[in-house]
Design a protein around this ligand. Structure first.
Ligand SMILES: [Zn+2]
Length: 209
């Protein structure tokens, strides 16, 4: 999630507050959703936590939008009708529900699902698509360094893995801290740019000098 948010904000710097908020939420969901396939046939506990996480992120974005009147809701309702959001959302949920039952790092970690889910996001909330797609790809990319093969070309059974690190090891922690730190910096820089805070520094400088 941390890497997904950071990569999205780095590659597509948000130009407005709605874009920033949607970017953080979509990057987080994109970086998280692949692992909805972690459950075994006996236990879906972790997968349920991931599903809940995705729902909570969307809810949090909508709550922040509502409290701070960011304008995402208005923007979505402006020229789209309800079905244009509802239908892609149902497709998204359907793909994830199917993916939940597939073996780990197969269907849900493939280019096929990347294209399908990014298309769903793009139809429903166009400005979220680049952040979602980048978050999704960043997840697949860092999973490749793991010991378990990823079937990125699903339905082909051929997989990729570099066998360099474990998903519970040091590299995982480093990526989490680096991702969180970078995300924080990117969010601050975006706010600085969106509100053109540079001019205030100019005013202070002028007043002092
Ligand atoms: Zn994964």
């Amino acid at each position: 999630m941390a890497v997904g948010i950071a990569t999205g904000l780095l590659l597509v710097p948000p130009g407005s507050l709605p874009e920033l908020l949607v970017g953080v939420g979509a990057g987080a969901v994109g970086g998280l959703i692949c692992d909805i396939d972690v459950g075994t046939s006996k236990s879906h506990k972790q997968a349920d936590i991931i599903s809940m996480g995705a729902v909570l992120i969307v809810a949090a974005v909508l709550a922040v939008d509502w409290i701070f009147k960011v304008g995402i809701h208005e923007r979505l309702m402006q020229d789209e009708n309800f079905m244009q959001i509802f239908f892609p959302a149902m497709c998204f949920i359907g793909i994830c529900a199917y993916g939940k039952g597939t073996p780990h790092r197969t269907f849900m970690h493939s280019f096929l699902v990347f294209v399908l889910l990014t298309a769903c996001v793009g139809f429903a909330v166009p400005m979220a698509a680049p952040y979602f797609g980048i978050g999704f790809l960043s997840h697949i990319f860092i999973d490749m360094f793991n010991k378990r093969r990823i079937q990125i070309f699903y339905p082909s059974k051929k997989g990729v893995c570099f066998k360099l690190c474990s998903s519970h090891g040091k590299v995982n922690k480093i990526l989490f801290y680096a991702g969180t730190f970078l995300s924080g910096i990117c969010i601050l820089l975006s706010i600085y740019n969106i509100y053109d805070l540079g001019k205030y520094f100019g005013i202070i400088k002028g007043a002092l000098g």
